[in-house]
Design a protein around this ligand. Structure first.
Ligand SMILES: Cc1cc2nc3c(=O)[nH]c(=O)nc-3n(C[C@H](O)[C@H](O)[C@H](O)COP(=O)(O)OP(=O)(O)OC[C@H]3O[C@@H](n4cnc5c(N)ncnc54)[C@H](O)[C@@H]3O)c2cc1C
Length: 506
């Protein structure tokens, strides 16, 4: 049997999720298939910033920076549980290529492009505030500037988009790979295969290829002409994670490295950890082979040690990740210079339309979705106006201040540290977990801080199929649980058989 829908999205990263959500909210019948877990690829391997991209000012990408800064405001409004303001300190050293006044000017421009915002303006710390940068090597510091941006839980951002899309009627599946695209007179037939081997066929008027770094392979399913239109430049970016030293600043740092690149040092998980990244290296080979190489690790360690008094080495690294930016190939030799602007390619395929998404940023996923739907109006007919700028994502109903009140007032039977973690993971939806935990059996712990209630929610509501889905993307518990406790969670999944179903796909 062939099902039908208006729009079929391939890829459950941030761009596919945003397009599916926007489309279903405008009354279209939408389906989405993700080959592995939602957000497992680029969308959980980012620097986790919702930001204007200060460095793009040097590339004169003013439109991109303005759009991103505008989106920063929108995201603070619609996903307050996942997006938090962060102050960035930007030290300017005597030996650096950019003089302090140009950096200062850049920050002024950043403020100007941001327009009216709820965040503080940029500025320069005074010598009386030297305590603030006590961690940095004092020699050669000419100035320490500061500016605001935001940090996000990238994997949960994708999940919040998808849960909202599903609540509005979209059919959303993980561990479901698209294996064929067949043009037909009435649209495009999409064949999918699930982890258990089941195949399905769905005929769609429009297919959106949001395959990220696999967008070329997805386009190839539609033939050579479609494949030729999607030329990607794969640029790998790696991050390392270290334990934050005692007395570490709650601020982030933007370090100007000697090669003119910037490297971020970001507080993470309530300041317990520090993320250091990223790199820009041309990636050869399949996107899924991306790992942080020894060279990238050493590059990041060296950048950190150039600025901080307490140096670190590879023994301090507790985690690392690498992602591949699926950028539009503009022929530039320097991977750092390849544009971060996205490109949309729409072309007829049989009686339907194939739209491919190339490039983009986490920050601009919403406007990318709006542009995609505007482009598709010629295939789908006039659509209702855009609506996503003011509609909260799943879990986004309460401000951070209200979330703080919510977890404090939550049920006493759930320990306070768990209530707090739930509030800033699930946002207003943490109420659902509180309700589940009223049942005594659901309050039993599988591992320290991990209750049955949360695991049941992850499987039944958030489609977690494997321990890694839960530990790495529904939560960040892979970083705080020890190996034995992670095994307990894995055993819980194995006992339910949900792990086995997807082994073949993983
Ligand atoms: C190192 C790094 C740092 C970054 N930092 C930031 C940042 O701080 N802020 C920011 O705004 N942006 C940042 N970005 C950019 C941002 O992360 C990406 O633009 C964004 O995540 C891309 O999302 P996507 O949905 O296009 O791709 P992906 O997240 O890669 O999703 C594509 C999905 O398609 C699926 N797929 C592929 N083929 C099939 C198929 N046949 N069937 C079904 N599914 C399929 C894949 O499994 C995958 O999940 C960064 C990127 C990198 C690499």
């Amino acid at each position: 049997m062939v099902e039908t829908c208006d729009l079929f999205v391939i890829g459950g990263g941030v761009n596919g999720a945003a397009i599916a959500r926007d489309a279903v909210g405008r009354g279209l019948r939408v389906q989405l298939a993700e080959a592995r877990d939602y957000a497992w690829a680029t969308s959980s391997a980012s620097s986790k910033l919702i930001h204007g991209g200060l460095r793009y000012l040097e590339q004169f990408a003013f439109a991109l920076v303005r759009e991103s800064l505008h989106e920063r405001e929108v995201m603070l409004r619609v996903a307050p549980h996942l997006v938090r303001p962060l102050r960035f300190l930007l030290p300017v050293m005597r030996h650096q290529p950019r003089p302090a006044w140009t950096v200062h000017l850049g920050l002024r421009l950043y403020d100007l492009l941001a327009g009216r915002t709820g965040l503080p303006r940029s500025g320069r710390l005074s010598p009386e505030q030297a305590d603030t940068w006590a961690e940095l090597k004092p020699d050669d510091i000419r100035a320490v500037l500061h500016y605001p941006d935001c940090q996000v839980d990238d994997a949960r951002l994708v999940l919040s988009l998808l849960l909202d899309a599903r609540a509005r009627g979209a059919v959303v599946r993980n561990y479901c790979r698209v294996t064929a695209l067949t043009p037909g007179a009435q649209g495009i037939e999409v064949t999918t295969q699930s982890g258990d081997g089941a195949t399905r066929r769905v005929r769609a008027r429009v297919v959106v290829n949001a395959g990220g770094p696999w967008a070329d392979a997805v386009a190839a399913l539609a033939g050579a002409e479609a494949a030729a239109a999607v030329r990607l430049r794969l640029v790998r970016g790696s991050h390392i994670v270290v334990r934050a030293p005692r007395g570490a600043s709650a601020d982030a740092y933007t370090l100007q490295n000697d090669d003119r690149r910037v490297v971020f040092v970001l507080p993470w998980l309530d300041g317990r950890l520090r993320v250091i990244g990223t790199t820009d290296v041309v990636h050869h080979g399949a996107p899924e082979t991306a790992v942080c190489t020894d060279d990238e690790r050493d590059y990041l360690l060296a950048a950190y040690n150039r600025f901080f008094r307490a140096t670190i080495d590879k023994a301090d690294i507790v985690w690392s990740w690498a992602g591949v930016r699926p950028l539009a190939d503009d022929g530039k030799a320097n991977p750092s210079a390849v544009s971060r602007e996205y490109r949309l390619d729409a072309r007829p395929l049989g009686g339907g339309t194939l739209l491919s998404v190339i490039g983009g940023k986490l920050t601009t996923h919403r406007t990318l979705a709006e542009e995609a739907l505007a482009l598709l109006e010629s295939s789908l007919g006039p659509l209702p106006p855009s609506w996503t700028a003011s509609a909260p994502l799943a879990g986004g109903l309460l401000s951070r201040a209200d979330l703080d009140l919510m977890w404090r007032a939550g049920p006493d039977v759930v320990p306070a540290d768990i209530r707090r973690r739930w509030a800033f993971t699930y946002g207003s939806d943490a109420q659902e977990l509180f309700a589940r935990a009223l049942e005594p059996a659901a309050r039993a712990a599988v591992a320290p801080g991990v209750l049955h209630a949360e695991l049941d929610h992850a499987v039944q509501v958030e489609d977690a199929r494997r321990a890694a889905d839960f530990l790495c993307r529904r939560t960040t518990l892979h970083l705080t649980l020890d190996a034995d406790d992670r095994s307990r969670v894995a055993a819980w999944f194995a006992a339910r058989g949900v792990g086995d179903v997807v082994q073949a796909e993983a």
